[in-house]
Design a protein around this ligand. Structure first.
Ligand code: AMP
Length: 307
């Protein structure tokens, strides 16, 4: 059983009301891998890095069962760089800089031994690269999950619409769902987005939890009410890692099991926001994760008599 994770491995500069870091490791695939490797290994990573990406981070990931054969290293270019500033509410942010660097001409070559992976997580990345990876797979995976963001809606919408036709699950935040559908109501937006290809849609609403849409069904999972959100960067990717990690571990892609996967994703995201970048994700153990899942259970479990 294995999972392919495609996405960015980056350097970020982050500013929140609590502090600032000028250079910290980030990238969609980095967060997905840190989260998913708690549930399933190996993680077959597909990404591109420059000469500046820290060796120590690569070793950390390998130690966690992340296979790096699909991560290309370009000796004379810098890694993808992203910089963002969060508003007081910590739910909204402004992107200050997106330097594609190595990402500008990324043309991934899937290692042969990645073939046959049953789960594919297309992390946030150019839609054309996401499509390129799908096309290289000789056998369609059991489940293809895709994440994307407003940046690609604004710069590569036709490519993005093509990828949507190929995936099973799309995960985006509420603002992106509105942007993609042109509808303010998230429920109406979901109907429109599901008609574009994906069978399942997950709409992330930051501290207000996440919604899962499938056919005419909808499921909601809250986010854990935390006293302090320190840095939300990577929370969406960490959510994705927990989600796909749980599905791959249980090998069950039913709507019922996706509900659990959403709670697992939310639990992982709740750790991510506690410290800058992926720092907290590197500290937690299986025991911490189980404890947090129990908190989620208590948060949402109630009795009611229905006649
Ligand atoms: P999230 O907070 O879950 O949306 O993810 C933040 C991470 O996404 C950061 O570590 C960035 O390096 C990465 N990122 C930001 N913009 C992009 C983009 N346009 N494509 C891919 N990854 C990005």
């Amino acid at each position: 059983m294995s999972v392919i994770v495609v996405g960015t491995m980056a350097y970020d500069a982050i500013e929140t009301p609590f502090g600032k870091v000028d250079k910290i490791v980030g990238g969609s695939a980095t967060y997905v891998a840190y989260a998913a490797s708690n549930f399933i290994q190996p993680i077959n990573q597909v990404s591109i890095i420059g000469y500046d990406f820290p060796k120590e981070e690569i070793h950390n990931l390998i130690f966690r069962g992340v296979v790096m054969d699909g991560v290309e290293m370009i000796k004379d270019k810098r890694s993808f760089f992203w910089s963002g500033r969060y508003h007081e509410d910590m739910n909204t942010r402004d992107t200050l800089v997106t330097d594609l660097n190595v990402l500008a001409d990324f043309n991934p070559k899937l290692p042969d031994h990645y073939q046959g992976s049953e789960f594919l997580m297309l992390g946030n990345l150019q839609p054309s690269v996401q499509m390129n990876v799908i096309k290289q797979l000789k056998k369609r995976p059991k489940l293809i999950v895709m994440d994307t963001m407003n940046f690609w809606m604004e710069t590569a919408m036709p490519d993005l619409e093509n990828v949507l036709k190929e995936v099973d699950v799309l995960m985006i935040n509420d603002a992106e769902a509105r942007q993609l559908s042109g509808q303010y109501s998230v429920t109406k937006a979901a109907r429109i987005i599901l008609s574009k290809g994906p069978k399942f849609l997950i709409v992330k609403k930051g501290e207000h939890g996440a919604l899962l849409f499938y056919d005419d069904k909808v499921f909601f999972a809250p986010a854990l009410p935390l006293e302090e959100v320190f840095d939300p960067t990577g929370a969406g990717d960490t959510f994705a890692g927990g989600f796909i990690g749980h599905l791959a571990k249980t090998r069950d892609i039913s709507f019922e099991n996706m509900k659990t996967a959403i709670v697992v994703g939310s639990a992982m995201a709740s750790f991510c926001v506690e410290k800058f970048g992926p720092t907290r994700l590197k500290e937690i153990s299986k025991k911490d994760i189980d404890k947090r899942l129990r908190q989620f259970h208590e948060l949402t479990n109630f009795d009611i008599e229905l006649s």
